[in-house]
Design a protein. Structure first.
Length: 83
């Protein structure tokens, strides 16, 4: 027995594919659980990524320019302190 995994971008195509597989007499299983798309990542990494996605969606981000200016300011203070 062989296993075939198919990813479908257009969900509207799924019924057509199911009908084709039925007509061919092939057994198939539809898995639309997005939580399986994380591969072998540890749970802590998955939760961190999800938290980051939530932060972006909620607008809790800083621009690259802001972060670079902030870090430059901190580095300048350290350089001045350490002579």
């Amino acid at each position: 027995m062989a296993t075939l995994t198919v990813e479908i971008d257009k969900e509207r195509d799924l019924p057509v594919l199911q009908a084709l597989l039925d007509r061919m007499g092939l057994e198939f299983e539809v898995d639309d659980d997005d939580d399986d798309d994380w591969g072998d990542l540890p749970e802590a990494a998955i939760e961190g990524i999800k938290a980051g996605i939530a932060d972006v969606a909620a607008g809790r981000t800083h621009s690259h320019e802001y972060v670079m200016a902030y870090m430059e300011e901190k580095l300048n203070l350290l350089r001045a302190k350490n002579g």
